[in-house]
Design a protein around this ligand. Structure first.
Ligand code: CTP
Ligand code: MG
Length: 246
């Protein structure tokens, strides 16, 4: 357990109740027309089970909510139980967009939950250490997200692929998941997004637009997302690299 959490527990004698929401209800259009990327194998274990196992093994996570397509609910529940993932409390159906799926997951968390960690199942190389670092940061700042510093130079364009601006790379990040928020903050952000008809591709954006600050935690490039078929090969190479340097 991280230093801050140990300290808080020592002082208050209390462990915070926290929820991980794992989003696996997408259709993976960029991956394949007929294979669901969340159930593909990476190094012999499915993308979803790998993601869930990282949260299972992180001491700072109390429960796991899995969001999946309606037809996969029973299958997911069974496979996660078979694989020894014991923290799953609910498996619920997702929505048409990632944001709707996150909202469905959030509505299923334990009402006592103080922090929610929203994670893309497709980001299956996340480690318990990365989750812990982001959780610790969220405990201090109220909201935090895993990210990697940009290593390429970033250009902005005018919509017709003409460069209009070179962005200072020093302050550029590629945001990842988990993204972690105080439950009350996320409740307000999700509610306002519905009210204002906003649909964003990540959860930080919902909080940023209300003026909440979100701290980024550098998790490097290996917290990658499976998007295209070739990403499976890259993910397996990263797993071999992690084994080699252990
Ligand atoms: N997701 C979800 N519900 C949706 C859309 C996406 O739960 N309606 C999940 C995906 O399963 C994935 C994560 O959100 O784990 C990140 O989304 P992305 O990588 O874009 O996955 P897909 O939307 O499935 O893929 P694509 O955009 O290529 O169709
Ligand atoms: Mg998508």
């Amino acid at each position: 357990m991280g230093k801050l959490s140990s300290l808080i527990r020592a002082v208050t004698g209390k462990k915070r109740f926290t929820s991980a929401i794992i989003l696996a209800a997408g259709s993976g259009r960029r991956f394949s027309d007929d294979r669901a990327k969340q159930f593909e194998l990476v190094g012999g274990e499915s993308v979803l089970v790998r993601s869930a196992r990282a949260f299972e093994e992180c001491e700072l996570i109390s429960e796991i909510i899995v969001v999946t397509r309606e037809a996969d609910i029973d299958g997911c529940r069974n496979i996660l139980a078979q694989k020894g993932i014991t923290k799953v409390t609910r498996v619920v159906a997702g929505g048409d967009t990632r944001q709707q799926s996150a909202k469905n997951g959030f509505d299923a968390v334990n009402p006592e939950s103080e922090f929610v960690a929203i994670h893309d199942a497709a980001r299956c190389l996340v480690t318990p250490e990365m989750i812990e670092a982001a959780m610790e940061s969220a405990f201090v700042h109220g909201a935090a997200a895993c990210a990697a510093k940009a290593t390429d130079t970033i250009k902005k364009t005018d919509g017709a692929d003409n460069i209009t601006e070179t962005v200072d790379r020093e302050n550029c990040w590629l945001v990842q998941t988990p993204q972690i928020f105080m439950a009350d903050m996320y409740r307000a952000a999700a509610y306002m997004a519905v009210k204002d008809k906003i649909d964003a591709t990540d959860d930080c954006a919902l909080c940023e637009r209300l003026g909440f600050k979100v701290k980024l935690v550098d998790c490097g490039k290996t917290n990658m997302k499976i998007t295209y078929p070739e990403d499976i090969i890259i993910a397996e190479a990263i797993l071999r690299y992690r084994e080699a340097v252990k």
